[in-house]
Design a protein. Structure first.
Length: 722
């Protein structure tokens, strides 16, 4: 007999109930995995259901393996095991047995992401198009959308009409499908689509698999899409039992097809279905949970459910309002450093943000404080391809080195092939010049190629002339470079929103640098960035995890910081433009972010002008929606101006709980004296030359020289004398 004595009443009911169709609405941290695995163990151990007739569908291999291990530990004496797998693995198994009915061999190939990219490369070469104009991700989404909408190649050409770009996409689609046919290869999307299609076409095959599985269980039911749901309904038929577990308040993947209405309307498709709520949270403290509840309660399109917890704690959610994004990041880093000194491990701490571009200032702050960190499931800001490309364009204005030229000469596509690059490199070696000097001084090509290269040189020389003008602002020059080069247009045409946001954040980084170091130049900025960008990934096992909220789904941490809680950032501007539904998804995302924290939750916002939003940042509505009983407010105080827009009043700083907040105060800006020794987080040790009007002028060792730095900036500290 399965021991259910440690379960609460609702969990017991979810494990033991005999309803044919059962929807378990499991709130964050309510023990859903435990309930689901115990349910399966109960069927095997207590109901004597043959394990091979029980199916468990998950959406990650990690979740599938965890369920298998738990079931084995609960019933170790069982020699056979239930079918626990991802939905894609299930479809592979089904197709391996019965794809012969579709005229394909059983040993068909399953294409992974690299295989798909290889086929696209072949297609591009055959058709004569370039990946810089047609990114692989964009084309793979196009192909997947056509397949799921059952748009044939012929229909795709018809829809493309006379538009060259769409016609090229249709040509790639045609090549891709034909290549799959020749290789007998299916991609991940095909696995589900083909299984659904086969079941529709051959009822006898569907009947076989319906008889195979008597009890069907689906985890993370809130994240399934319409095609996956169709497959689940096919397998359930009229005879089998269906048990689904999910939380509509955690539906955050609608951008990849998830449909919250599937779990909300489950009882319409299965009128006899029973619903059980798991609403006791075992993860978070009362303030964290009640704060999250008060936010998600503002969503109208949801099942009414309030999580509760018996984990009492008087520690409230901390909301910190900072003067700008660099101050926000430095405050977060200082809090983490302080926690670590008090004994908290770095790996118990996570910093979450809405979009990848927001990691830039956070990464710099971690490096400044020498805090080991990793980007969970992502790439560090300065290592992202578009950031490297943009920095290489900047290097053309300063050093114009061969590596920078080789990276960007054909980005975007300018018709410069490998043979031209090889000839240029060879000529440069012969003459002892750089490749750019060779382009500028020697006309070694002819016709269209030489004209293209001449135009490139003229463009770079225009930027160089602008760079030496006294009234040229560095970030404005950067904007001009991204515009003139065609790089921005290339990303916009391909709807590369994330990459565009990263570029805007880089421009903001340049602007921020210019403001902090008003006497600096472009070359010094590039030197500074190289110090951040070239650092090796930490090899320490103890590190802070930085990640998007989407990547944090399913994880939990002792302490969580959610940064950049500003309108237009979180909630995201694009989602807000979608109206009510878009805002509700953003609120669900905030709910997921808040409930990752077990013992302490920090919500931070940054004031000042946002280059990406093109306006002054204002506080996120999600902070205002938290009941005052569960949150404390620290940091800068905001006033309403005549335009009804929240703007920072620099004279009003009020942080009662941190040394860094004290340093922000106008009345507490450190006063350095001439000759005093200081330490800068990047430039090292220096000597103060003067300190006037809140600006420190200091001399640092080569190659940094004399720098001007805001006296209250977190990067500088007095050197402690022994």
């Amino acid at each position: 007999m399965i021991n259910v004595t440690e379960l609460n009443d609702n969990q017991k009911e979810a494990v033991l109930d005999d309803a044919k169709y059962l929807r378990v609405v499991a709130g964050a941290g309510s023990g859903k995995t435990r309930v689901l695995t115990m349910r399966i163990a109960h069927l095997i151990e207590d109901k004597r259901i043959p394990p091979y007739t029980i199916l468990g569908i998950t959406f990650t291999n990690k979740a599938a393996n965890e369920m298998k291990d738990r079931i084995r530990r609960m019933i170790p004496q069982e020699t056979s095991q239930p079918w626990i797998s991802t939905i894609h693995s299930l479809c592979v198994r089904i197709l391996r047995e019965d794809i012969l009915t579709m005229g394909w061999p059983r040993n068909f190939t399953v294409m992974d992401a690299e295989d798909q990219k290889t086929v696209l490369k072949e297609a591009y070469k055959e058709i004569g198009i370039d990946a810089s104009n047609y990114p692989y991700g964009v084309l793979l989404d196009y192909i997947a959308n056509n397949k799921s909408a059952e748009i044939s190649v012929e229909r795709a050409f018809l829809l493309a009409g006379s538009y060259t770009g769409d016609k090229n996409k249709a040509k790639v689609y045609e090549y891709y499908v034909n290549r799959q046919q020749a290789l007998y290869a299916l991609d991940f999307d095909d696995l589900i689509l083909w299984t659904v299609r086969m079941f529709k076409k051959f009822p006898e095959v569907l009947d076989k698999w319906q008889k195979r599985f008597t009890y069907i269980h689906v985890d993370e039911f809130q994240d399934i899409d319409k095609v996956q749901y169709e497959l689940i309904k096919q397998l359930t038929g009229v005879y089998n039992s269906l048990y689904v577990v999910g939380d509509p308040d955690q539906t955050i993947y609608t951008w990849r097809g998830a449909d919250v209405n599937i779990i909300l309307n489950f009882t319409k498709d299965f009128p006899d279905a029973k619903t059980i709520m798991l609403n006791e949270n075992y993860r978070s403290t009362r303030c964290i949970l009640n704060g999250a509840n008060s936010v998600i309660r503002n969503n109208k399109h949801r099942l009414e459910k309030d999580l509760y917890t018996n984990r009492s704690s008087e520690v409230k959610i901390t909301h910190y309002a900072s003067a700008g994004d660099e101050y926000q990041a430095a405050w977060i880093a200082s809090q983490i450093r302080q926690m670590h000194r008090q004994g908290k491990d770095y790996h118990d701490i996570a910093v979450l943000y809405r979009s990848n571009y927001l990691s830039r200032s956070l990464e710099k702050a971690m490096l400044d404080e020498r805090i080991p960190y990793v980007i969970y499931g992502g790439i560090r800001f300065y290592e992202r391809a578009e950031v490297k490309d943009a920095l290489c364009y900047l290097r053309m204005v300063t050093t114009a080195d061969d590596l920078a030229l080789q990276r960007i000469l054909n980005k975007p596509k300018r018709g410069i092939g490998n043979k031209t690059m090889d000839t240029l490199a060879s000529k440069a070696r012969e003459t002892g010049k750089t490749m750019y000097e060779t382009l500028k001084e020697d006309k070694i090509f002819s016709g269209k190629t030489q004209a293209t290269l001449n135009a490139f040189v003229d463009m770079v020389e225009k930027w160089r002339m602008a760079a030496v003008q006294e009234d040229t602002e560095m970030f404005r020059l950067f904007e001009q470079i991204i515009e003139d080069s065609g790089y921005k247009q290339m990303l916009e045409e391909n709807k590369e929103t994330d990459r565009i946001e990263n570029l805007k954040e880089l421009i903001d980084d340049v602007k921020e640098f210019s403001e902090n170091y008003p006497e600096s130049n472009l070359e010094e900025y590039l030197q500074l960035v190289s110090l951040y960008g070239d650092r090796d990934e930490t090899l320490e096992s103890d590190y802070v995890q930085l990640m998007t909220v989407h990547a944090a789904k399913g994880l939990e941490f002792d302490t969580v910081f959610v940064s950049d809680m500003n309108e237009g950032i979180f909630p995201n501007e694009r989602a807000m433009n979608e109206g009510h539904r878009g805002v509700e998804e953003e609120r669900r995302l905030a709910y997921v972010a808040f409930t990752r924290a077990k013992n302490k939750l920090y919500l931070t916002e940054a004031a000042g002008f946002s280059y990406i939003l093109q306006r002054v940042r204002t506080r996120s509505r999600f902070i205002d929606e938290i009941d005052d009983a569960y949150i404390e407010h620290k940091g800068a105080i905001f006033e309403e101006n005549t335009k009804k827009e929240k703007t920072l009043n620099p004279a009003l700083f009020n942080d009662h709980g941190g040394s860094f907040g004290d340093r922000l105060s106008k009345t507490d800006i450190p006063q350095f004296v001439k000759g005093e020794q200081i330490i800068h987080s990047v430039f090292g040790e220096g000597i103060v030359l003067s300190c006037k009007n809140g600006i420190v002028e200091a001399a640092f060792a080569y190659p940094h020289g004399i720098k001007k730095i805001a006296a209250g900036h977190p990067s500088i500290k007095r050197k402690m004398m022994n």
